[in-house]
Design a protein around this ligand. Structure first.
Ligand code: DAH
Length: 341
């Protein structure tokens, strides 16, 4: 038996030290130390030994087992380290390689204009808002004093979402006026930005989707003078000191009196040039003093409070600022166009 044990120790240790991977090592463990393993088989024969022989043989068997176990563990560590080494080498990162360039994005010309206007109006104490693009026709029209029969309510002009013409895509940002009036406490200074929709054919100056800005002020003792003061201030901040404006009478159902504001062409100083299409003036926005009926419908007493409002198309402002000739370029998202800003 002694010889058997010594022979087993010799071959098994050799096999363990040359095991080429963890799986082979596990197989060797089973082969020698497992329940049906070779060492176990030898130990089962111990019963046949005499009482004198047994302790020495037991000791030898134990030391063979111990050294085999130790050898397996040692080989396992070696194999694991080699494995890790191999993986680290395979996954090595060469930090000296040139990186792939990340192309930085930038603001869309529309956002440049919107952000500039936000700055100006936040500076004058306005709160910024957006509001729903899918709007109730009540807010889009009725609450703005635009009753049934008004041409703007025609199906040919607006995108309705149901047969009864109750829901629609808003045609302007003005429905945010009654929405803000009925929810916010007075005084109000609101600047609303967002998309609007009208059934217009796409061409160089029209799009069924466009952006507007709405301004609304409601307080005590607000007059047309406040409207002119604030809008002149805005024009100076947008186009520089000395900017000349003019206010022409106009009609909007939700303001009385109403006007349109033009700025004198900053390119030609009013003489007429391609930028102002020879007119010397550039139409900027519609505005007016809030119609008392509009205030009343939103629960504001026109005896104690008054207000002014304006609405401005933003595409034209952006096109003018960046000399963009065709409105369609704004929405096509062609990188060659967008890269220029
Ligand atoms: N909502 C008008 C439009 O889309 C613009 C406008 C005019 C807004 C006068 C106003 C206003 O708030 O007072 O043409």
């Amino acid at each position: 038996m002694k010889e058997q044990l010594e022979k087993l120790a010799g071959t098994s240790l050799e096999e363990v030290s040359s095991a080429c991977d963890i799986a082979a090592l596990d197989a060797l463990r089973v082969k020698y130390l497992g329940k049906k393993g070779e060492l176990t088989a030898i130990l089962k024969q111990m019963g046949r030994l005499s009482a004198e022989e047994r302790p020495a043989m037991g000791q030898l068997a134990n030391s063979v087992r111990a050294s085999l176990e130790a050898a397996i563990e040692e080989r396992r560590t070696q194999l694991e380290e080699a494995e890790l080494e191999k993986r680290l080498e395979a996954e090595a990162l060469d930090v000296t390689l040139p990186g792939s360039r990340v192309r930085g994005g930038h603001k869309h010309p529309m956002d440049v204009v919107i952000d500039e206007l936000k700055e100006i109006f936040i500076g004058m104490g306005f709160e910024v808002d957006d509001g729903p693009e899918v709007e109730l026709s009540t807010y889009n029209f009725d609450r703005l004093n635009t009753d049934e029969g008004h041409p703007a309510r025609e199906w040919t002009d607006s995108f309705y979402l149901d047969e009864q013409s109750r829901t629609m895509l808003r045609t302007h940002t003005s429905p945010m006026e009654p929405r803000i009036m009925e929810t916010r406490s007075l005084p109000i200074r609101a600047a609303v930005f967002g998309r609007c929709y009208r059934k217009d054919e796409v061409d160089a100056t029209h799009s069924p989707m466009f952006h507007q800005m709405e301004g609304l002020v409601v307080d005590e003792h607000i007059t047309f003078a406040d409207l002119k003061g604030m809008l002149n201030n805005m024009a100076v901040q947008l186009y520089g000191p000395g900017t000349v404006t003019r206010f022409r009478p106009h009609h909007f159902p939700f303001t009385e009196p109403s006007c349109e504001m033009d700025v004198q062409c900053h390119k030609c100083g009013g003489k007429g040039c391609p930028t102002c299409k020879g007119e010397g003036w550039i139409e900027l926005l519609g505005a007016g003093v809030c119609n008392p009926h509009v205030l009343e419908m939103s629960g504001i007493d026109p005896q104690t409070h008054s207000g002014w409002a304006f609405g401005m198309g933003l595409e034209r402002a952006a096109m003018r600022q960046f000399k963009i000739a065709d409105l369609r370029l704004m929405f096509e998202n062609d990188v060659r166009f967008l890269e220029q800003f």
